[in-house]
Design a protein around this ligand. Structure first.
Ligand code: SER
Length: 311
């Protein structure tokens, strides 16, 4: 096996920024190349401009840096995706197809593809959603990720590609700001609680969604990528669960530390998107296959979020 050299697409995004740093700590700064169309992260280490639709450039970078693994994070999220469906499909699905092809052509050892709870839809049982359920996503983002999962599965079966994937719940972290997602409220609310002691939520107060705290996202992703090949039984997206809560419940959790915090509700188009997703997830396959176990629940996360944002 050659020395591990990682390339990350979408490295300036909510997850990319934190994952890039974690991978650099684990595998060495010189072995992790961040790429994005946003150069804001240039100062932190090896960075290359990359539009993921420019496959020739990606090929050159893989060659130049002797890349062995790609974490393909670049994508447009659920709410932003609805504003430009054709563009979203092109970035999310054609971007992935280009990378899948290159991965086979250039013999990459591993590929990571982030999937999402947005693959679920109104035909999916919403409580304790099992791994294999009817998928009829309501958003272009969800459609592109559902199709992406199928393509990953296909490339594994057809070409033996070692592709691994997780259906992330809504991701919450203090280090970065999400852009254009439906679960973004659960990050915004902490910033608003500290700044204004008030938040106006774009979802209804009782909209329950699966969520996960950033340290669990990073730990889970690296654990999946490090797991022995034989233990990986799913090549589309592993269900992953950490916590589930409503806007009202996260507000109450914040009020335990900031009693003057208040919340009101002005639901917009994102309410229908959230309502089509699952409330809670059965992730027993991830727990069995590669020992997934989250560390953070809602109150632990709130404590850590507020402590870090105060700094
Ligand atoms: N956090 C994403 C979104 O809200 C879901 O994967 O779009």
């Amino acid at each position: 096996m050659s020395k591990k050299r990682i390339l990350i697409t979408g490295a300036a995004g909510q997850l990319g920024r934190v994952l890039t740093e974690a991978l650099r700590i684990k595998y060495g700064k010189e072995n992790v190349i961040a790429t994005d169309i946003n150069s804001a992260i240039e100062e932190f280490g090896l960075f290359e401009y990359l539009d993921i639709l420019n496959i020739e450039r990606l090929k050159t970078l893989i060659d130049q840096y002797k890349i062995t693994e790609v974490y393909h994070l670049a994508a447009i999220l659920s709410a932003n995706g609805e504003r430009n469906p054709a563009f979203t499909w092109n970035i999310n699905l054609n971007g992935l197809l280009g990378i899948l092809n290159l991965a086979v052509e250039m013999n990459l050892e591993k590929l990571f593809f982030p999937s999402t709870i947005a693959v679920f839809g109104n035909t999916t049982p919403q409580v304790n959603t099992a791994q294999n359920v009817p998928l009829l996503p309501e958003t272009v983002y969800g459609m592109s990720k559902t199709s992406g999962e199928l393509w990953c599965n296909y490339y594994h079966k057809k070409h033996g590609l070692d592709v691994r994937s997780i259906r992330y719940p809504g991701v919450i972290g203090w280090q970065s700001i999400p852009e254009g997602g439906t679960t973004d409220y659960a990050v915004e609310i902490y910033h608003a609680a500290l700044k204004d002691q008030h938040y106006t939520c774009f979802l209804e107060k009782d909209t329950r969604l699966p969520m996960i705290y950033m340290p669990d996202v990073i730990g889970g992703t690296i654990d999946l990528m490090e797991a022995p090949k034989e233990s990986i039984s799913i090549r589309y997206g592993y269900n992953l669960s950490a916590m589930s809560f409503t806007p009202e419940e996260i507000a109450k959790s914040i009020q335990k530390l900031i009693p003057e915090f208040t919340i009101d509700y002005q639901p917009d188009f994102r309410q229908a998107i959230a309502a089509s997703w699952s409330e809670s997830i059965d992730d027993s396959q991830a727990r069995n296959d590669w020992n997934w176990k989250p560390k953070y629940d809602l109150d632990l996360m709130t404590k850590d979020m507020i402590a870090n944002l105060k700094k």
